[in-house]
Design a protein around this ligand. Structure first.
Ligand SMILES: [Zn+2]
Length: 237
């Protein structure tokens, strides 16, 4: 019988057990971790894949952290309670919440606004895997450094995210991580305009060029390349 969320750690679990030890960064790793990158447009089941990986890790009794971005409030900002907010030394905030698929499947996670906190939580052998959802939301220059650091400390990383914005601007950190990943999984969605199953892009219904705008199907649809150009031509002419 599967136990929901077994072996999914919270920061409290780790801090309680180990304290926040800057010295952890000085640990010389004895093995390297690996990285699996799951990329593709919205509505292509990327988070579903991460949840499936988490469930498998739990069955295998592998300790793992699940991280999502605090910006993605609509899908994941279901706080367990207000008091679960904790301020860490560098001013980062975290709270507990859920990663949630568009169909409603969810899994407990930690919501962070800054991944740098992971640098001080790299604790030898305490957790073996870190799962990061919506990696493209961490574009402040820390994502690739953190992922490399995790790998160099023997921790395996599963990360999902977009490589391109709805204006075809590259999410550079996610693109870098995809390039260095040991395993790359490209997901495709169903085109909301013509129903073919090869949608690789996102079309934004609103007329603005904001690179990161949190939203669901109220703002975005996934489309194939042909429909992307047809719809954008209509929108701007
Ligand atoms: Zn199409």
């Amino acid at each position: 019988m599967f136990l929901f969320n077994d072996n999914v750690l919270t920061l409290d679990d780790i801090i309680e057990e180990n304290g926040i030890l800057e010295d952890n960064l000085k640990i010389i790793p004895t093995k390297l971790g690996t990285c699996k990158c799951i990329y593709g447009p919205m509505f292509s089941s990327k988070t579903t894949d991460l949840i499936a990986e988490s469930e498998k890790l739990s069955i295998a009794m592998k300790n793992h952290l699940i991280i999502s971005n605090i910006k993605d409030k609509k899908r994941s900002f279901t706080r367990i309670n207000k008091s679960s907010d904790v301020f860490i030394d560098d001013g980062s905030t975290y709270c507990e919440g859920y990663i949630t698929t568009f169909s409603g499947t969810k899994r407990k996670c930690i919501l962070l606004n800054n991944l740098m906190i992971l640098n001080i939580l790299i604790i030898k052998t305490y957790f073996e895997y870190v799962i990061i959802d919506e990696g493209h939301l961490y574009e402040e220059g820390s994502l690739s450094k953190i992922v490399l650091n995790l790998i160099q400390h023997g921790i395996n990383v599963y990360i999902s995210g977009l490589l391109l914005s709805s204006d075809l601007e590259m999410f550079e950190e996610m693109t870098f991580i995809n390039a260095i990943s040991d395993e790359k999984i490209e997901k495709k969605a169903v085109c909301s305009n013509c129903n073919n199953m090869k949608a690789t892009l996102n079309y934004k219904k609103e007329k603005n060029k904001q690179k990161i705008q949190i939203g669901s199907d109220n703002i975005y649809i996934s489309v194939c390349r042909l429909c992307y150009f047809i719809l954008n031509n209509k929108k701007y002419t």
